[in-house]
Design a protein. Structure first.
Length: 332
């Protein structure tokens, strides 16, 4: 999308209740003069008639500057973090109140809890007239306000993972034994659990990576959440949270699984830009085509095969495998 197309979208939204959806890439070409009065701007893209937001909130014009309103309308039904939704958003709300008192550049506008949904909203004042600069400023403040809640979530997640690991005998088997179990276990559940532990322990071996949660779903899919504090320059620039999913199927992993995994990354409130999809028996050709189709997106999925996992166990250098796989996707 170019600036002329973006301005046309802004004008079309004037006088309606519908927000104008603009990609982040075009914001630097727009200023407050291009925004009609009373028009709300959501940052994201429309794909297949579905809006994929980069940020849960909207930009709006206030006299001569661009401001923002962060909005969280979240439901307990789809909340999977280690702390409760009400606890998480209460910490954000308290951070907003403290910043409002100390800096005066945010204002709490709504906090409602009906037992199923929680609606939290606050406005962020900004002196920027360029949309890109305003968005970066507003997004940074939101991340700072969510920082305490995220730290608590990571801490509790790590504690729960450690307790669960001790109860299930996590860490009692060698990596070589886990490789054998992944290949020879008598049931799909045993193979899945062995691969979960194997991949989690490999991520734990990487400097700066901390596995904070392991989630088993009804379909035996495995999510591994990793707190990223890596000193490696490639991963240091990635998101604070990384996600890994393991597939120990008899068949190769296909395009549909990749698309579903990307949706899981997108559902991490904008905090996950990198994910590792581990398929013990490799990937179908459709995965390579899908990776090429999404090569311009900020979100990155790195495929890792069972062969590469075996090599990491044999050589004792999982970081080398991650870097090589990451570079292969980026440079394809």
């Amino acid at each position: 999308m170019n600036a002329a197309e973006a301005k046309a979208i802004l004008q079309d939204a004037s006088g309606t209740d519908e927000p104008a959806v603009l990609p982040k890439s075009v914001l630097h070409e727009l200023t407050v003069a291009d925004v009609p009065d009373y028009v709300h701007i959501q940052v994201g893209q429309v794909k297949d008639n579905v809006i994929h937001l980069d940020w849960e909130g909207f930009l709006f014009k206030d006299d001569t500057h661009i401001h923002g309103e962060a909005e969280y309308v979240w439901t307990r039904k789809y909340w999977y973090a280690p702390i409760g939704l009400e606890h998480y958003l209460d910490l954000v709300r308290r951070a907003v109140e403290v910043r409002a008192r100390d800096h005066g550049d945010v204002e709490l506008t709504q906090y409602d809890d009906d037992g199923a949904y929680i609606h939290l909203a606050f406005t962020i004042s900004c002196n920027e007239t360029n949309l890109a600069k305003a968005y970066l400023h507003i997004h940074r403040i939101c991340r700072e306000l969510e920082g305490t809640a995220e730290s608590v979530t990571d801490h509790i997640g790590k504690q729960l993972a450690d307790v669960a690991g001790r109860l299930s005998g996590w860490g009692s088997e060698s990596l070589d034994t886990l490789v054998d179990a992944v290949e020879k276990a008598s049931s799909p559940d045993q193979r899945g659990r062995s691969l979960e532990e194997l991949v989690s322990r490999l991520f734990e071996s990487v400097p700066g990576f901390t596995v904070t949660s392991r989630i088993r779903t009804a379909t035996e899919e495995i999510d591994i959440s990793v707190l990223n504090d890596s000193p490696d320059p490639r991963f240091r620039r990635e998101s604070a949270i990384l996600l890994a999913e393991c597939k120990n199927w008899s068949a190769k992993c296909g395009k549909d699984e990749l698309v579903l995994f990307k949706e899981k990354l997108a559902n991490r409130s904008g905090r996950c830009s990198l994910g590792f999809l581990v398929s013990w028996n490799g990937f179908a050709r459709t995965v390579t085509k899908e990776l090429l189709r999404g090569s311009r997106e900020q979100m990155l999925v790195v495929p890792i095969t069972g062969k590469e996992i075996r090599t990491a166990v044999l050589n004792g250098n999982f970081l080398h495998i991650l870097i090589a796989s990451w570079e292969n996707v980026v440079n394809t």
